[in-house]
Design a protein around this ligand. Structure first.
Ligand code: G4P
Length: 530
């Protein structure tokens, strides 16, 4: 094994997917606590608030109590380095979430034990499935009245069409939740409620469920039920099979209570043992193996103005191969420009530190002034274009123009930057002087309007439009495209990269145009490959 492989194999880069309120923040915090990255419960939220206070536009987040921005948290456990990528909780920012999911190798799906699978869980699960991503399930809030565990397993299996197998099995629920039986290691893990918030465990190893030791540890009735249920589970569910998990066909289920730190340690141990190290990443030219010697990676997120005084932009690079060293020069394949990476950073739970060394699977932040875009591929020289980072056709539109016409250029620059960051879609129609701003979710407008006002200081008027959707238009034959554009001039715009887009006034308009122009491909998504 070469030095790169040894480092790569120690890495676990993952995200948590869930419906808002299922307990993602609480679980994140407990993972960091167990990983020794923070000392106190509550630190993640405090840090979040602190970070939010840095930037004015994030007031929108604060006022609405939602987490819009995604960040990266690194911690160590069991001699492994875990990179946890946070995803925005609100569905209006799902585009950001999709992009974050392209940068991870596996996901933890958190489900509220009382609510089961919810809408957002399902949507995010589908994105993971498209990438055959291994998923570990954590059924949270077992300390509350919950659905029957068999029903929950059934719901996951039926609803998400994935095989399930419990890694642990709950003993009781709500106020009579006593703990779990660890099916994989044959041990009993009892919850010590008195030490809530720490690592309130009492682990009893036993030789299977018939071990007489258990009689002294559990009430007779609970033990009887446990024995019956485990027997049933073993008859109903397949044994854990790592290959089936790695190919995304089987999800191991852990039951727990994040707020009581219960089940968290078993979850991380499970990830440490079974979650995949960095996987090969698809590029148009070839698959890129993480232990290739040369460094490569792609930008999946840009976060601007984390510090508004400096107008800084942080580009998040997922390293796909090689050993990154501070001071290295990488080439941006989009424009063939070299960049020297002296001040790239790694994100720890509390802080950032200069990235001296990093390996495939790690995420490094590159401060820049706008020369890096989402979807950019960086390499030591080889022309590689990483694929799979989509833009989605917006479904909400507003026309934008500056209150002061003399400031049109300023507005244009602001919109261009916001579009490069992936915050909104921006279109310049062939006819007319307004810009059209498009969003996948309504809240994106609020955040954008706030940012244009506070960061770019361009008073802007936003007006409703009658548009319903946009489609990128393409064809192999340049003359066909030219004709199409000429005949439909009133509905044509270009996006921030200069690619032509058809803006539809209503479904009929879209359907009719598609029927009339069969030689044109109308796309709902656009790969961000440059
Ligand atoms: P999210 O990031 O997925 O949106 O969820 P978050 O962790 O913020 O949790 C949502 C609510 O559920 C919080 O309560 C949190 O305390 C609670 N919660 C999380 N895990 C558990 C658990 O294992 N058991 C129980 N009983 N509750 C849990 P809140 O009242 O909305 O917020 P807070 O005031 O407690 O912060």
């Amino acid at each position: 094994m070469n030095a790169v492989s040894a480092q790569v194999n120690r890495r676990r880069t993952f995200a948590i997917i869930s419906h808002p309120d299922a307990g993602k923040t609480t679980l994140t915090e407990k993972l960091l606590l167990f990983g020794g990255a923070i000392q106190l419960a509550g630190a993640v939220k405090a840090r979040g608030d602190q970070r939010r206070a840095h930037s004015d536009w994030m007031k929108v987040e604060r006022e609405r109590g939602i987490s819009v921005t995604a960040s990266v948290m690194t911690f160590n456990f069991d001699n492994k380095t875990f990179n946890l990528l946070d995803t925005p909780g609100h569905e209006d920012f799902s585009e950001d979430t999709y992009r974050v999911l392209t940068a991870v190798d596996s996901a933890v799906m958190v489900i509220d034990a009382a609510r089961g699978i919810q809408e957002q869980t399902r949507k995010l699960f589908e994105v993971c499935r498209l990438r055959d991503m291994p998923i570990t399930t954590f059924i949270n809030k077992m300390d509350r009245e919950a659905q029957d565990p068999f029903d929950l397993m059934d719901e996951i299996e039926q609803n998400l069409q994935i095989e399930v197998t419990p890694a642990s099995w709950p003993i009781g629920m709500g106020s009579s939740f006593l703990g779990c039986y660890d099916i994989i290691n044959d041990q009993l893990i009892l919850m010590d409620k008195a030490r809530r918030g720490e690592k309130p465990y009492q682990i009893e190893t036993c030789e299977g469920l018939e071990d007489q030791k258990l009689d002294a540890l559990l009430p007779e009735y609970s033990l009887k039920i446990l024995r019956q249920e485990i027997e049933l589970v073993k008859g109903l569910c397949p044994e854990f099979n790592r290959d089936a998990y790695l190919s995304g066909n089987l999800t191991p289920i852990f039951f727990g209570s994040a707020i009581n730190s219960f089940g968290v340690s078993e979850l991380i141990s499970g990830l440490s043992k079974n979650a995949p190290p960095p996987r090969p990443q698809p590029a148009i030219e070839r698959k890129v193996n993480p232990d290739d010697k040369k460094v490569s990676g792609f930008i999946f997120k840009i976060q601007a103005n984390m510090d508004p005084r400096h107008r800084d932009r942080m580009a998040f690079l997922r390293l796909c191969s090689g050993h990154f060293k501070r001071g290295m020069k990488l080439k941006n394949i989009r424009n063939n420009k070299q960049i020297s990476l002296h001040n790239a950073v790694l994100f720890l739970a509390r802080d950032r530190e200069l990235a001296e060394d990093a390996w495939a699977g790690d995420i490094i932040g590159i401060p820049n002034h706008g020369n890096l875009h989402i979807g950019d591929s960086l390499t030591e020289g080889e022309a590689l274009h990483f694929s799979g980072l989509p833009s989605f056709a917006p479904e909400h539109f507003k026309a934008a123009r500056p209150e002061d016409p003399m400031r049109a250029k300023h507005l244009s620059r602001a919109l261009q930057q916001l579009a490069e960051e992936g915050a909104v879609a921006v279109f310049k129609p062939h006819i007319g002087s307004d810009w059209i701003v498009g969003a996948v979710g309504i809240l994106q407008f609020e955040v954008m309007a706030d940012r244009i006002r506070t960061e770019y200081e361009v008073p802007t008027l936003f007006e409703a439009t009658s548009l319903i959707t946009a489609r990128w238009v393409e064809t192999e034959n340049a003359t066909d495209l030219k004709n199409f554009i000429r005949k439909n001039e009133g509905a044509i715009a270009v996006d921030h990269r200069g690619d032509p887009v058809f803006l539809a006034r209503n479904t009929w308009h879209l359907d009719r145009t598609q029927e009339d122009w069969p030689q044109i491909v109308f796309s709902k998504t656009k790969e961000q490959i440059r």
